[in-house]
Design a protein around this ligand. Sequence first.
Ligand SMILES: Cc1cc2nc3c(=O)[nH]c(=O)nc-3n(C[C@H](O)[C@H](O)[C@H](O)COP(=O)(O)OP(=O)(O)OC[C@H]3O[C@@H](n4cnc5c(N)ncnc54)[C@H](O)[C@@H]3O)c2cc1C
Length: 434
Amino acid sequence: MKIGIVGGGFMGLTLAHEIAKNNAIVKVFESDQQMGGLSTHEDYGAFVWDRFYHVILPTDNFLIELIEDLGIGDKLCWRRSYTGYYVQKKFYSISSSKEFLLFPALNLWDKAMLAFTIFYGSKIKDWKKLEKITVKDWLIKMGGRRTYEKFWSPLLLAKLGENHEKVSAVFIWTYIKRLFKARSSAAQKEHMGYVTGGYKTVFDALQKSLGEKGSEVVLNSTVEAIQPNANGGVTITNNGVEEHFDKVIVTTPLDVIERIAAPSLFEATKAKAPVEYLGVICLVLVTETSLSPYYVLNIADKEIPFTGVIGMSSLVDLDQRAGKHLTYFPKYISGNDPFWKKSDEELKSIFIAGVSKLYPDFDTNTIVSAHIHKAYRVQPLQVLNYSETIPKIKTKHNNFYVLNTSQFVNDTLNNNSVVGHVKNFMDSFKKELE
Ligand SMILES: Cc1cc2nc3c(=O)[nH]c(=O)nc-3n(C[C@H](O)[C@H](O)[C@H](O)COP(=O)(O)OP(=O)(O)OC[C@H]3O[C@@H](n4cnc5c(N)ncnc54)[C@H](O)[C@@H]3O)c2cc1C
């Protein structure tokens, strides 16, 4: 059987790997010149690392299993990591349960309410109820307004920008589940992981495994059209050339499907309401000196133009980054944000001014290189009743499927969820390959 996959990001390649294990021939079409989509790599000069920051948690079982399956389990490294908060012009570490409960921006009562919210949240099974209330209303109801303003609001701003007010409580429930499960399982201290060489190592292994099974990834290959064909299969048009497949699975964001799928296929997949995505603009600095001791620093300060600082150097060993330091400064924004209109040079100067404000001792002469990375469709916004609007995996056309991150209804956006989503799909799809 011949299967076509549109999109060579982590979803497309993981899916291709799982399908190829079931003796089907897979061809993955990727528009970019390199694999990986949002998880792709960047040449930073002295070293190569992820374009956007990625971390692996000890509880990312699906992802760890895939890494082992690819024969690169020995390249997984675990390190003690630290999380910080920047509130009222001060830095606080909240890297252990003790520090978390000692967080000075909250009084004793607020901390008790915070602990209760997390404990209660971690026990909730019926997440559908949480789809009916906004994250803000739910957190205020659970832990009070002050805890919300001082603790949760900065975190939501860091993750979702100003759009967090539209999002349902499912968002924070999934976050609590992921992070606090990881923390409790790591002796109450944070440990985080990465693969030597970054995600490039994972993609290279995926491509190698596909090649060994007679499958392939074709780069610089933007799919222009997808149409049903007369024999019941699906035809992909790429660079003006038509190719027939028994089945086609699209892993791109939804707007791409709307653009390239024939009206009858698009009708068969359409979400009940448009899914809104948040994008990200991220300054990446390679510097001679370290900027942040934290892996994640959440920022609650409207004067700072980014909403977090990701100190990759606090996690990844020095030899992986040629002795330099690597720090990411992301800002999550919606599609109509005026920031998209700014040039990379303007963005660099706004963000670097923000770095100097945050770290008054920062010497800009220590910058080796500065990069602006943008991604327009990153985080589907899990608005109220989100699960009722998303497109189905199995569409009304027998041989056309949609498998993408918009379908994460009770999970955060991360690569463990991507592998889990693929595995779930494969449970039923395997039978169709027989
Ligand atoms: C700032 C940031 C931080 C993150 N941090 C983490 C983290 O710490 N841990 C973690 O696990 N995850 C993290 N993630 C999430 C992770 O990157 C995503 O889960 C993952 O990359 C999603 O992969 P995907 O394949 O679903 O989507 P994408 O990566 O968007 O892949 C879609 C692919 O389709 C291609 N495409 C689009 N149109 C066409 C077309 N017409 N023809 C052919 N190809 C096409 C695109 O080029 C792209 O490669 C982070 C993401 C970002 C942006």
